[in-house]
Design a protein. Structure first.
Length: 70
């Protein structure tokens, strides 16, 4: 009877430990995804800044063309 009880206790402990490891792995996965999203947002922000500066250059070039036409 003691062997059966101890065997069940060992199985229960191993089950709890494996569940905690699975939860920890899921949390780490979510954290790495959040980092990837943050870095992607930074890339999008820098791309938007590049587009804005290119638009400013086009606007200034258009203004120069208008001045030359006058």
């Amino acid at each position: 009877m003691k062997k059966v009880f101890l065997s069940l206790a060992v199985v229960a402990v191993l089950t709890v430990v494996s569940c905690k490891k699975a939860d920890a792995a899921a949390t780490e996965s979510v954290d790495s995804t959040a980092v990837a999203v943050d870095s992607a947002a930074a890339v999008v922000d820098s791309a938007a800044a590049t587009v804005d500066s290119a638009a400013a250059k086009v606007d200034s070039a258009a203004a120069k063309v208008e001045e030359v036409k006058k």
